[in-house]
Design a protein around this ligand. Structure first.
Ligand SMILES: C[S@@+](CC[C@H](N)C(=O)[O-])C[C@H]1O[C@@H](n2cnc3c(N)ncnc32)[C@H](O)[C@@H]1O
Length: 276
């Protein structure tokens, strides 16, 4: 792994995450031998908007059960398990962080989805899959750690069949300046690479994609982050939540993300683009 990729993997990787998550599930009264994707949604949808955002992107991308899907930067696998269980499609997940990949596999076993979802460790800039092997490439909140967007989108296009679709949820640079660090994706700017939405759109078009749908979701993200910051202030954090993945920086990260959204330092968007 390159040195810069290792810094990103070290940022996300936390030991014994599986035990902490299973412990929190037990605390909320779940039977950890019979888990459903819904049981895990508070902790395994590691992006703005949580499960609702995944449902929304799946509708926008017109996901159906016949598709072979690749989730790039799949994290611990919440979106991939949702797509597999809701639509019945086969999903491959790829992530840089080995701990996340191992945990995604364990959670697939415990939700009895191991025949539908497969995870492997790897870099989005060098996808370990043949040309034209997927109908859909999916990625939520992963590109913020990736500077070389032309290469990222080029790899995503390569593994898509002609006419296949790329479904993206991403954080973009806003006009207000740098985000406040730490953010949910980076402790400092050395591993954070945000670009304005219009330059991302131009990069996708330059790479050989046609834009099918583009949605600005900044306002929803702001509302959700406001609610999250309020819950934090009132001390009412549930046992199972993203604080488990983010760790002790969670209170600072939550407040920073709210300020960054309020001051238009970050924007969020969903996009569906088609390989031409
Ligand atoms: C904020 S998490 C989002 C995880 C998942 N997409 C979700 O929404 O639940 C970002 C993920 O991107 C992964 N990532 C960052 N850079 C990557 C790269 N170059 N290749 C593969 N995965 C990467 C990280 O390891 C992390 O799991």
């Amino acid at each position: 792994m390159s040195q810069s990729a290792q810094v990103v993997a070290d940022y996300y990787g936390r030991r014994a995450l599986g035990d902490v998550i299973l412990g929190a599930l037990k605390e909320t009264g779940k039977d950890i031998e019979h888990l459903t994707p819904d049981d895990l949604a508070p902790v395994d949808e590691f992006h703005s908007g949580g499960r609702n955002a995944t449902v929304r992107l799946a509708q926008l991308a017109e996901i159906d059960g016949s598709q072979r899907v690749l989730d790039v930067g799949c994290g611990i696998g919440g979106p991939s398990r949702y797509l597999a269980s809701k639509f019945g499609c086969q999903v491959n997940g790829l992530d840089l962080t080995a701990e996340f990949v191992a945990l995604a596999g364990m959670l697939a076993q415990r939700t009895r989805l191991a025949d539908k979802v497969t995870y492997r460790q790897g870099n989005a800039l060098d996808l370990p899959f043949p040309d034209a092997s997927f109908d859909v490439v999916w990625s939520q909140n992963a590109a913020m750690n990736i500077a070389d967007r032309d290469r990222l989108y080029g790899e995503m296009r390569r593994v898509l069949r002609p006419g296949g679709r790329l479904a993206l949820q991403d954080v973009a640079a806003g006009p207000g300046g740098e985000p406040y660090y730490p953010t949910p994706w980076a402790s400092d700017k050395s591993i954070s690479f945000l670009f304005p939405p219009q330059s991302t759109r131009a990069a996708l078009e330059r790479t050989g994609f046609r834009v099918v749908a583009w949605q600005d979701t900044t306002q929803e993200a702001l509302e959700q982050q406001t609610a999250r910051a309020k819950a934090l202030d009132s001390g009412s954090l549930p046992p199972l939540g993203l604080h488990i993945l983010i760790g002790e920086a969670f209170p600072t990260v939550t407040k920073n993300m709210l300020r960054s959204l309020q001051e238009q330092r970050v924007q969020l968007f969903n996009a569906v683009v088609e390989r031409v």
